[in-house]
Design a protein around this ligand. Sequence first.
Ligand SMILES: [Fe+2]
Ligand SMILES: [Fe+2]
Length: 197
Amino acid sequence: MTGGRAHSGAREQGAAPVSQQYAGASTADTEDVVGLILADHREFERLFRLLRNREEDRAALRGQLADLLVAHAEAEEQEVYPALRRKAPEEAEEIEHGSEEHSEGHEALLELLEVADVDDHDTFEDKLEELVEALNHHIDEEERDILNAARENVGDDERAELGRAFLAVRNRLLEGTPGDVDNVGRLVDEAREKGEL
Ligand SMILES: [Fe+2]
Ligand SMILES: [Fe+2]
């Protein structure tokens, strides 16, 4: 049994463990944290393309993207960013900026999740475009600044260790529904209280 989900009809009874229903880092053939993060980024881009298609099940895809985005960002912030801050203190500002961009992404995600009628194409596509723009910007900066800092400052063994820690947090979150509208709303409220938004 997979239990009820408010925002996604994608899960079926008797299916594989929830975290394995996702592509990206779940199926990547590497333990390297850089490779795992890149694999999730490519999965986000695949989901963006599917979400642009009016013939797809947009409600299910939206839920899938939301869960993966929140789990990925939380795992980066819990495991990867703090380790990198220790290894490369000179990157502290870039890392802080990355966390702020996660909050901006969550804010744009919340607006997409709040579109009540996914068949209202114009509204859905406006909100999707805003989310894709915010995320593409973050993915670009993260890959250039933060992941290059990891390549330069963190050795292979530690990158594998970080990869396992990243995946453990990400997959544990994916057993629940981290992208549901209430949780994303809570994350946005917290970011506003911290002055990130
Ligand atoms: Fe990322
Ligand atoms: Fe990120």
